[in-house]
Design a protein around this ligand. Structure first.
Ligand code: CA
Length: 234
């Protein structure tokens, strides 16, 4: 895969990290530009809109949170926030900044490339992935989810979880958020219960669609729904 028309803006003050990201993303076939400060980024995005922004949180000038908020006033460009600590992720998610994804330092550049490719495919779907929403359909009234028109057998809690995840493809839900959502049904639910529901859901989904990976774990945070083919070069 190579698409030089896909412009990625890296906003990162640690030059080494910016260089590594830049190298990996260029090798993956994307066009990359770099800013090492937060101020001026929103104006740049306005004048030369990129297709994706990798945005570090701690930046000189204006910090990444502010930059993200400023950009969201006029643009829906995908933003992947990069933060130094995994504990910070929960806080960032709680702020509802409108970022599309979060990556924690230290990260592997391959992981970053994989996340970027997920966003890329969402922006520029290939014909195979286009009917993403049609693969799964949720019937709230009947409490039923179908895959390619065949119903998936789900418990009530599994239905709730999966329909929530499907309703916001790409969005990360923390375990706490999922727990709150399920607790309306099951007062005894704990983090571990969420993990075991997710595990069961994955098993069921793997049986009907072994070639697809749809529920992704986000390390230390939670889960998100995203359809990606397993054999793809992520
Ligand atoms: Ca930084």
């Amino acid at each position: 895969m190579s698409d030089k028309s896909f412009q990625i803006l890296i906003v990162e003050d640690e030059i080494k990290i910016a260089e590594i990201l830049s190298d990996y993303l260029s090798q993956a076939g994307f066009s990359v530009s770099h800013k090492d400060r937060g101020d001026g980024v929103a104006a740049l995005v306005k004048s030369t809109p990129p297709d994706l922004i990798l945005l570090d949180v701690m930046l000189p000038g204006v910090d990444g949170l502010e930059v993200c908020k400023e950009i969201r006033k006029f643009s829906t460009v995908p933003i992947i926030m990069i933060s130094a600590r995994v504990e910070e992720l929960d806080r960032l998610l709680g702020l509802e900044l409108g970022a599309d994804d979060y990556i924690c330092k230290p990260f592997s550049p391959r992981e970053v490339v994989a996340r970027v490719k997920i966003v890329y495919r969402r922006q520029r779907p290939t014909p195979m992935e286009e009917p993403q929403t049609k693969l799964f359909s949720v019937d709230e009234d009947q409490g039923r989810i179908t895959f390619k028109n065949s119903p998936i057998e789900l418990t009530r809690t599994e239905f709730r979880l999966l329909s929530l995840l499907i309703s916001r493809p790409g969005r990360i839900f923390t375990r706490d958020q999922l727990l709150d959502f399920c607790a309306q049904l099951d007062q005894q639910a704990t983090d571990r219960v969420i993990d075991s529901h997710i595990k069961n859901l994955r098993k069921k989904l793997a049986r009907i669609a072994p070639e697809l990976e749809v529920i992704h774990a986000v390390y230390g945070v939670g889960y998100r729904f995203e359809i990606s083919a397993k054999e793809k070069d992520i």
